[in-house]
Design a protein. Structure first.
Length: 364
């Protein structure tokens, strides 16, 4: 046992070092994202604004305690303009945070699905969450709903679709995992057809362009309220996925061997799939259809830290946040007109996935 732990120790230290590098990279991209855009803001002013506002918020919370009066924790001299503060705090901060959250959630969901289904092609939409969200958003737009109604409808139908998939899979005879995949394909096809019909009857002047743009995915309209709206369901799904990540390793051994270790595989697979579905639904409801992140990023994580989910899950989360944040920066700065982020993720993800497929060893 002592010799076995010694052989594992360097590998774990190596993975921890790579995760630290990913964390530092995420912080660097996070700060630099405030600087790029139509209105440039120097990095030092970005840091000062963020520290000042953070200190003011924390100081305000402490001041609510009886007998406490600390004021701002970082009383910096104001060297920035009001326009800079507006751009940093009201325009770019919500969008940057949302890009990190959505990228993290989609990558975590994709990694989870690939583990529980033992399929390198599994992605966050394998159970129909994406097609259900697309139908819900299109229906809300057709009925004249505002942005919050579109988000809520997309989230509701995404969850409803996966619940329907589970209901059908539970009633069908045969292997549970295969039934889930087949039911997901069938239900996704139905909701995709329904979305196509909505596009057919939608007003071609206003509604159809709005539906089409939503389906291409974008973070351009992100507001602070949107971040607050999805933060709880995202955390509710991400925390269990992170805490249970080591159990996904047991599922990769096969159901029979996992059961000999006292693992209730069906229950564990259901919990993990529900958590992955929750974060997928929350992400798609606010960002639209952003593909390839949950499919490609977990494979990047495997090439970096290996197949051990104790390191792979946090690596996928960090990598997903970095990837989508970087792509979003390109989408809003490459051309005069913003490019929908779903187009860029497909443009980057598809060639990379083809490389993974063609290289020696395949997806391993």
């Amino acid at each position: 046992m002592e010799q076995h732990s010694k052989t594992l120790s360097p590998s774990r230290q190596n993975a921890a070092g790579k995760l630290a590098v990913l964390g530092a990279l995420l912080l660097a991209v996070f700060l630099l994202s405030f600087c790029v855009g139509r209105y440039g803001v120097p990095l030092d002013q970005v840091v000062r604004v963020l520290l000042y506002r953070l200190g003011a918020a924390l100081g305000g919370l402490l001041d609510r305690l009886p007998g406490v009066d600390v004021g701002p924790l970082f009383p910096l001299e104001v060297t920035w303009t009001g326009q800079m503060e507006t751009v940093v705090m009201q325009i770019r901060l919500p969008r940057i945070i949302m890009a990190c959250l959505v990228g993290c959630c989609l990558a975590a969901a994709g990694s989870t699905y690939q583990g529980i289904f033992q399929n390198p092609m599994a992605s966050p939409d394998i159970l129909g969450a994406s097609s259900g969200a697309a139908f819900g958003a299109a229906l809300a737009i057709l009925l004249g709903g505002h942005s919050q109604a579109v988000t809520g409808s997309a989230f509701f139908f995404s969850i409803l679709t996966v619940a329907l998939v589970y209901l059908l899979a539970a009633r069908a005879p045969g292997k549970r995992v295969l039934n889930l995949v087949l039911a997901g394909i069938m239900v996704s096809s139905l909701f995709t057809s329904a979305t196509s019909y909505i596009k057919l009857v939608a007003d071609p002047t206003n509604q159809l362009p709005e539906i089409t743009y939503w389906l291409m995915g974008s973070l351009s309209a992100t507001k602070t309220a949107d971040v607050a709206y999805v933060l709880f369901p995202m955390a509710l799904g991400l925390v269990p996925l992170f805490l249970l990540r080591w159990r996904i390793n047991l599922l990769t051994l096969g159901d029979e061997e996992a059961k000999t270790m006292g693992i209730h595989t069906n229950r564990l697979r259901l919990i993990l799939a529900l958590c992955a579905t929750l974060v997928t639904a929350a992400s798609i409801s606010v960002s639209g259809m952003i593909g390839w992140v949950g499919l490609v990023v977990p494979h990047l994580g495997r090439r970096l830290v290996g197949n051990d989910y104790r390191a792979l899950m946090p690596a996928s989360m960090l990598f997903g946040a970095v990837f989508l944040l970087a792509v979003d920066n390109v989408s809003r700065n490459l051309l005069a007109t913003e490019i929908p982020i779903g187009i860029l993720t497909a443009f980057i993800g598809a060639p990379f996935f083809l490389y993974l497929m063609m290289r020696k060893g395949g997806f391993r």
